[in-house]
Design a protein around this ligand. Structure first.
Ligand SMILES: Cc1cc2nc3c(=O)[nH]c(=O)nc-3n(C[C@H](O)[C@H](O)[C@H](O)COP(=O)(O)OP(=O)(O)OC[C@H]3O[C@@H](n4cnc5c(N)ncnc54)[C@H](O)[C@@H]3O)c2cc1C
Length: 445
């Protein structure tokens, strides 16, 4: 059986794939693999661009461990704590939360990932006050190499909790995850094409003034699509002029942006044209941004955060100190101009607050994320090499689930808590059962 990830950047042949249907079966599967001398890796949705889930040992998939276990109130804060099977996909989690008047504090831009896969690579969305998914985790259960299940929280096995809520599955297999949910909210979304220079002149104000700000810059052009989302009470706009009409329009607006600009039909066609006729790329980028007129609408948060991305692409994303975002983008633009590289896909720029998750790409610093994306039929190596040079010159940290060439020596200079992570991991998995070549490269051991 050959396993291939979504982006078609990794393919590997595991000795077998197992899909346990209970925690006991999961423990047995780990014990069996260890007895037979195999390494173990879990694959979630296979949406990492990096070979994070790859193994030639036993591959586990937890799609059948996707139950809602419980919803309870944190006795101290009163917040909702939602415990789910670690294999649950975000799409199902969002639906379950919505049915209970709850939602995730923040999300990335798709919902195909598993909960465990998403947190394990530091999946994030955008917003100066709202951290990535791992910051929303309050407890975990982890199956170790002996098949034993350990519960870890900020107060109980603290180090295991820190190393497991974002740790590429290197401490063990996550079997359940407890998320702190928030009351459901809507997003009032404003989407507008802007010249890149106009964004760069006031980018820090845009980040500060909007709950969730991001933009997609088409690097063969000077134009970008801006997305400004404000959190509002559900239905708050229903009586106003954008009101129900805005709500009804939401579907149409998202369809245009998702289905035509980024996801499917037209975007696939424009990328194919740009691949065959590189000289058309700037005009096609202009078309993509100009075709979108300003739109405003309100919709449930998860429907606004998450889109469909069906046009296949390759991606490198770095977290950089937020203060450097303008110089970094100007440098990337200068490289694109001088190289003439054919890049029909947009550069996605997002933001996050500093957090305290040991291996979070936003650990201890206000962050901007810059994602270089390339259509999968076009070469990406020269583009990503140049982008990586620019990102690492300002101390960039690569997304753990995306393409990059960094190793543990570089990353040790970026993550103050890496030694704590390594010590915790060595205690949890002394024989390296849960390793693969990628974890060895980026985490050592
Ligand atoms: C189209 C697309 C859009 C994306 N958008 C975003 C975005 O907006 N923001 C962002 O930050 N990232 C984004 N990503 C990256 C994606 O969120 C991450 O790569 C994420 O890890 C994928 O989740 P997955 O369930 O597919 O995990 P996989 O890729 O299958 O696995 C990721 C890692 O988690 C480990 N793992 C999985 N399950 C378990 C478990 N139960 N226990 C222990 N370890 C486990 C795996 O071993 C592996 O190391 C995107 C990727 C794609 C392809």
């Amino acid at each position: 059986m050959i396993w291939t990830n979504w982006a078609r950047t990794v393919s590997v042949t595991p000795v077998r794939l197992e899909q346990p249907a209970s925690e006991d079966e999961l423990s047995d599967a780990v014990r069996r693999a260890v007895r037979e001398g195999h390494q173990v890796r879990v694959v979630g949705g296979g949406h990492s661009f990096a070979p994070a889930a790859a193994t030639e040992g036993v591959q586990l998939n937890l799609d059948r461990l996707d139950a809602l276990h419980r919803v309870e109130r944190d006795p101290d804060t009163g917040h909702a704590l939602v415990t789910v099977g670690a294999g649950m996909r975000l799409r199902r989690l969002n639906r379950i939360l919505a049915e209970r008047g709850l939602g995730m504090q923040n999300l990335g831009d798709i919902d195909r990932q598993s909960v465990a896969g998403a947190i394990s690579t530091g999946t994030h969305g955008t917003g100066a006050r709202f951290g990535g998914l791992a910051t929303q985790v309050r407890a975990l259960t982890v199956v170790g190499p002996d098949g034993e299940v350990a519960r870890a929280t900020p107060t109980e096995r603290h180090d295991l909790f820190e190393a497991s809520r974002l740790g590429l599955g290197a401490t063990g297999v996550l079997s359940t995850v407890t998320i702190e949910a928030v009351p459901a909210f809507d997003l009032y979304a404003v989407e507008e094409p802007w010249p890149l220079d106009r964004i760069l002149e006031c980018v820090h104000d845009l980040v500060a003034d909007n709950d969730h700000f991001e933009f997609l810059w088409f690097p063969a052009t000077h134009r970008a699509l801006t997305m400004r989302n404000m959190r509002v009470e559900p239905e708050q706009h229903s009586g106003s002029s954008i009101g129900r009409r805005g709500r009804r329009l939401a579907g149409a607006a998202r369809t245009f942006l998702d289905e035509e600009v980024l996801s499917n039909g037209l975007f696939e066609v424009t990328n194919r044209i740009a691949t065959a006729f590189p000289a058309t790329t700037p005009a096609l980028g202009e078309l993509a941004t100009r075709a979108l007129t300003a739109r405003r609408y309100t919709a449930p948060a998860h429907e606004v955060f998450c889109t469909n991305r069906r046009v296949r692409f390759r991606e490198m994303e770095y977290a950089i100190p937020r203060a450097t975002v303008v110089e970094v983008l100007r440098e990337l633009a200068a490289w694109r101009r001088s190289s003439g590289e054919n890049i029909p896909f947009p550069v996605e720029v997002r933001f996050a607050p500093a957090d305290d998750v040991w291996l979070s790409t936003a650990y201890g610093r206000e962050t901007a994320y810059i994602a270089a994306q390339q259509y999968w039929r076009l070469p990406h190596a020269r583009y990503f090499d140049a982008a990586e040079r620019i990102f690492t010159a300002v101390g960039g940290r690569p997304h753990w689930g995306k393409m990059h060439t960094r190793d543990v020596e570089y990353l040790a200079g970026q993550y103050r808590r890496l030694p704590d992570f390594q010590r915790t991991r060595a205690a949890a998995d002394p024989d390296g059962v849960f390793t693969n070549p990628y974890t060895q490269r980026v985490l050592g051991g």
